[in-house]
Write a protein that binds this ligand. Structure first.
Ligand code: XMP
Length: 524
């Protein structure tokens, strides 16, 4: 993208830390645009972006070890502010003439987890926040440490394990910290990062999701040119937001394909079709493949076999439809950051693995298509914000995540259309009650599961012998770990009564109390 179109930015140099994306997120929250570049591509990114500041990330590597990564020297000569975090502090200290040693050589094993530091001096990072003499909680994760400061630096805070917990070179506007300000366990971390980008780098902090939308649209146009793009809609928020954004960028060069496998929640398929065709007028191929999927699932009860069949059939149908419209040069996907496991190889560029369930596995190679993934650096709540910015209805944007294999993995045992219909009804009652109680947005995901177990009940004067339905509701920030949602008993009892009364085929309701780990969110 042309430099003139780029907003004022911060360049984040990634040395391979697991939490580098969180730095980008905090910078965005402070109202400043940022881009992440692996250290090996940082020089190129620097020339392209012309950033107003640089942040050096953490890393699993060790500065004293031979071959460990270094920052391009030109970054230190550019005369713009720099912030080093953890490894970033150490590598900067080493490159500027200080000393870094492994903790065990200096008689300690490092600091891991919560630590408290004492502020010893004022500095621009602490403006309006921390004052000399105060003690503050931070999150540490280091074995090595800086043992001698590079010329020009002064210490401004110390912890028991890191005498140079925060250091400053005010003249060159270079700062560094041993702890991780980007994680939530450093309660003031976001504000420290905001001080860096606003007070030290002098950025206004007026960048918004609206700007992100503009920037991404330019990027998509530059990537796609006059090529054709095809996008698989899953019914979920991510693919919908990606499609609407791409459509805004390239109009009718985009075609969406919605493979309806008959495993959606109640009314969901109709909603997607009416949103895309009616509201946005986006070219949409709607494939009703319910029979194909149900026939293929007949007799299959192993969870992995179900997933594999659904994944493969989805690709087959998608590929057929793509061929019918004359193929495409690009495949668009709503991949989010938590779907991307990004690591930096210390010899080359970034190597990227995407959770297999999140891409239309194998298709890009099979059909010789490149990927367009405009949401790659965003977290779920940011995608929702972008969706609202693009005018997607709240009811759609705020919807709980839904897995690709759909209801099939919420029906242990064999999946049939009849069982799907029963589950759809129970699920709709449950979600209706959750919405009525005003709890929908407080829950990450809530759904019903139809068990392959029949139990005896009594309704009216008759004996029933019907299925058990399990209810699940969890809170989570990223789906990686989860806690159960603690409904009160009156709520659960209301839902159970309604389900048993309104859904024929279910006569008993139970609540799943398992957190993740050890359970997973889905049952299969
Ligand atoms: P688990 O069950 O692994 O789920 O704790 C974590 C999150 O991922 C979703 N999930 C999937 N999403 N395709 C998807 O797009 C899948 O195959 C899939 N399996 C699980 C799940 O709903 C939860 O949000």
């Amino acid at each position: 993208m042309d430099a003139e179109l780029l907003p004022d930015s911060i360049l984040i140099v990634d040395f391979g830390s697991q939490v580098t994306q969180l730095i980008a997120r905090r910078v965005r929250e402070a109202g400043v645009y940022s881009e992440i570049a692996p250290f090996s591509l940082a020089e190129e990114a620097f020339h392209r972006l012309k950033p107003k500041g640089i942040i050096l990330s953490g890393s699993p590597a060790s500065v004293p070890e031979e071959g460990s990564p270094r920052a391009p020297e030109l970054l230190f000569e550019a005369g713009i502010p720099i912030l080093g975090i953890c490894y970033g502090q150490q590598v900067m200290s080493k490159q500027l003439g200080g000393e870094v040693r492994p903790g065990h050589e200096v008689g300690d094993g490092g600091e891991f987890g919560r630590a408290y530091l004492t502020v010893t001096k004022n500095c621009a990072l602490f403006d309006g926040l921390w004052h000399p003499g105060e003690s503050h909680q931070v999150w540490m994760s280091h074995g090595d440490k800086v043992t001698r400061l590079a010329p020009g630096f002064r210490p401004v805070a110390a912890s028991p394990g890191a005498p140079y917990a925060v250091i400053a070179d005010d003249e060159r506007r270079i700062y560094a910290m041993q702890f991780h300000p980007e994680v939530v366990h450093t309660p003031d971390g976001a504000r420290l990062l905001a001080n860096f980008v606003r007070h030290v780098c002098g950025l206004a902090g007026d960048w918004t999701m609206a700007e992100f939308r503009k920037t991404k649209i330019e990027e998509i146009r530059a990537q796609v040119g006059d090529g054709k793009v095809i996008c698989g809609l899953s019914g979920g928020v991510d693919s919908a937001v990606a499609a609407v954004l791409i459509h805004e960028a390239i109009g009718d060069q985009l075609t969406c394909v919605f493979v309806d496998h008959g495993l959606m929640r109640l009314g969901e398929a109709e909603q997607v079709v009416s949103l895309f065709k009616g509201h946005y007028n986006i070219p949409l191929v709607h494939v009703d493949a319910e029979t194909l999927f149900m026939n293929g699932l007949a007799g299959v009860s192993d969870p992995e076999a179900k997933r594999k069949f659904i994944g493969k059939t989805f690709i087959d149908v998608f590929e057929d439809e793509a061929k019918k419209i004359g193929g495409a040069d690009f495949l668009a996907q709503g991949t989010l950051y938590p779907d991307v496991i990004e690591s930096v190889s210390f010899t080359g560029g970034p190597s990227v693995t995407i959770k297999s369930h999140h891409n239309v596995g194998g298709l890009p190679e099979r059909m010789n298509m490149q990927l367009v993934e405009p949401l790659r650096e965003l977290f779920k709540d940011e995608v929702r914000e972008l969706g609202r910015e693009l005018g997607l209805p709240d009811i759609f944007v705020g919807r709980h995540p839904f897995p690709g294999p759909g209801l099939a993995i919420r029906i242990p045992g064999e999946v049939t259309k009849e069982r799907c219909d029963i589950l759809r009804k129970a699920d709709a009652v449950y979600l209706d009650e959750i919405r009525n109680a005003g709890l929908y947005d407080a829950i990450w995901q809530a759904f019903a599961v139809l068990l392959p177990v029949r139990t005896v009940g009594v309704m009216g004067d008759g004996r029933t012998y019907d299925c058990v339905c399990a209810l699940r509701a969890v809170t989570s920030t990223d789906g990686m770990t989860a806690d159960i949602y603690p409904f009160d008993a009156a709520f659960l009892s209301r839902v159970a009564t309604r389900i048993v009364n309104e859904v024929q085929g279910i006569n008993r309701v139970v609540y799943d109390f398992t957190s993740k780990p050890p359970g997973t969110i889905e049952w299969e």
